[in-house]
Each structure stands twice: as structure tokens, then as C-alpha cells.
Design a binder for this molecule. Structure first.
Ligand code: 13P
Length: 248
């Protein structure tokens, strides 16, 4: 059974006191929901949040190293994340693909190291505006999945969460229409059926991200193949994030 999941990606926002106060508000909100709630704060806060979180909140890193450990100044390993109780990590967010030049091959290595260390990857894929306008977006998404993810075994891929985040919708206020989101989610699921099996495809949660907020979450989450959201800006406010979680 696919899980419903809402992830709050705080990106590089919030100083120490603001971050702790938002996290405390989320902890105290006691959101009654069968939806899995995952927070991805800047990594400096992960350890502190991990020792103070309520049991219905899970933590994700926004990134991790593609190496196991060693002389990689500034990097954080998957085993370190696991050791402080962080169960998830984003991989391949478009901002990292763009600003850190992360390649499909690098992301494949990150996926491997995360799985070896029992941290669940939340793999992000999505096309930019040019590819949307030229109609090449199916090809982009397919190659991102094939190059970084589809080497996994059947049992490994079942652990992964996939997030479709069209780059043109991230932080722009332009959301994919429910129809556009459903079309791509169904396409991703069909690729999973082809590469693995229907049974496997039906176990993998596919989240939508890109200007998802309290007003549009319901119509996005209503779609058959949309299993939740990866939320940026609207995750920085406890009321809007709680409203999104309750939008199923
Ligand atoms: P926004 O919700 O701010 O568009 O960001 C989406 C995103 O990039 C989440 O990872």
C-alpha cells in the first residue's frame, strides 16, 4: 500500500531560534492524520530536532554525500544521518542539480550510499520550463529515473519515495494543474510497472512539489497517482503546513 506523505523542505531558511520555534509548533500541533509528516530542515538542526521530536514527525536531510566517509570536507554522510535518527534524505533536488551541478551519475551514487545505510531516499525529478514548452518533458523525467534509480533491485526500489517537482513551478507561484500533475505521476508509475511490476509500482509513493499550498493541495492530492507533497515556502508556516497535511 502506498503511504500518504507530506514533506516540508525548509531549504536554507530559518536561523536557530526561528527554526526551533517552528519545529516546536509542529511538534505541539498534534496533527491527527494518517499522513506521514517529514521535515527537512537545514542539516545543522537535524541532531537537535531528532532528540526533541514527537513520534509522528520524521526527519529528512536535504542532501548527503555520495561517499561513505573520509576526507570530504564539508560533507555529511548517510551513516551519520542514520546514527542521529534521520530516516530520509532528499536526493537530486533541482536546486542542487542546478547550482551544484549534480549529475544523474552522482545522484545514483548518493542513492546507493543512502540505501546501504538504511536512510530512505526521496528522489526528486522534473523538467525545466524549456523542456515543458518544447514537449520533451517525458524524456527528461524518464532519463532522470533510468539513470539514477532504475538500477535498484525490486526490494530496494520499494523503499524509495519519488517526488515530481517541475522546475517551472518551484517557488514561482505557478502550480502544475491537477491534470498536469496526475499525467506525470501516472507516467512515472507506468515506468515503474514496466521496469519492475504493477505490485511494486503500487507500493511507491509519488509526491508532487512546486508552489503547493493550503489552497491548492486538496485538488492536487485528490488525483489517483498523487500520494502527497514536497512543500517549500508553505512549509515555513505552521498553519499552512498543517492545512496541507489535512488536505487528503
Ligand atoms: P515551493 O513549494 O516553494 O515552490 O518549493 C517546492 C520545493 O522545491 C520543495 O522541495
Amino acid at each position: 500500500m502506498r503511504k500518504r506523505i507530506v514533506v516540508g523542505n525548509w531549504k536554507m531558511n530559518m536561523n536557530n531560534s526561528a527554526a526551533h520555534s517552528l519545529f516546536q509548533s509542529l511538534n505541539n500541533a498534534e496533527i491527527v492524520s494518517s499522513t506521514k509528516i517529514i521535515i527537512a530542515p537545514p542539516s545543522v538542526y537535524l541532531s537537535g530536532f531528532s532528540s526533541n521530536k514527537s513520534k509522528n514527525i520524521y526527519l529528512a536531510a536535504q542532501n548527503c554525500s555520495d561517499n561513505e566517509n573520509g576526507a570530504y570536507t564539508g560533507e555529511i554522510s548517510a551513516s551519520m544521518l542514520y546514527s542521529i535518527g534521520v530516516g530520509y534524505s532528499l536526493v537530486g533536488h533541482s536546486e542542487r542539480r542546478q547550482y551544484q551541478n549534480e549529475s544523474d551519475l552522482l545522484l545514483k551514487q548518493k542513492i546507493n550510499v543512502l540505501i546501504e545505510n538504511k536512510v530512505i531516499p526521496i528522489f526528486c525529478c522534473g523538467e525545466n520550463l524549456d523542456k515543458r514548452e518544447s514537449g520533451d518533458f517525458y524524456k527528461v523525467i524518464q532519463s532522470q529515473l533510468e539513470n539514477s534509480l532504475f538500477h535498484l533491485s525490486n526490494s530496494e526500489i520499494k523503499e524509495v519515495v519519488i517526488a515530481y517537482e517541475p522546475v517551472w513551478a518551484i517557488g514561482t507561484g505557478v502550480t502544475a494543474s491537477p491534470g498536469q500533475a496526475q499525467e506525470i505521476h501516472a507516467f512515472i508509475r507506468s515506468l515503474l510497472v514496466e521496469r519492475y511490476s504493477l505490485e511494486t509500482a503500487e507500493e511507491i509513493s509519488i509526491l508532487y512539489g512546486g508552489s503547493c499550498n493550503a489552497s491548492n493541495a486538496k485538488e492536487l492530492f485528490m488525483n489517483k497517482d498523487v500520494d502527497g507533497g514536497l512543500i517549500g515556502g508553505a512549509a515555513l508556516d505552521v498553519d499552512s503546513f498543517s492545512a496541507i497535511i489535512k488536505s487528503f
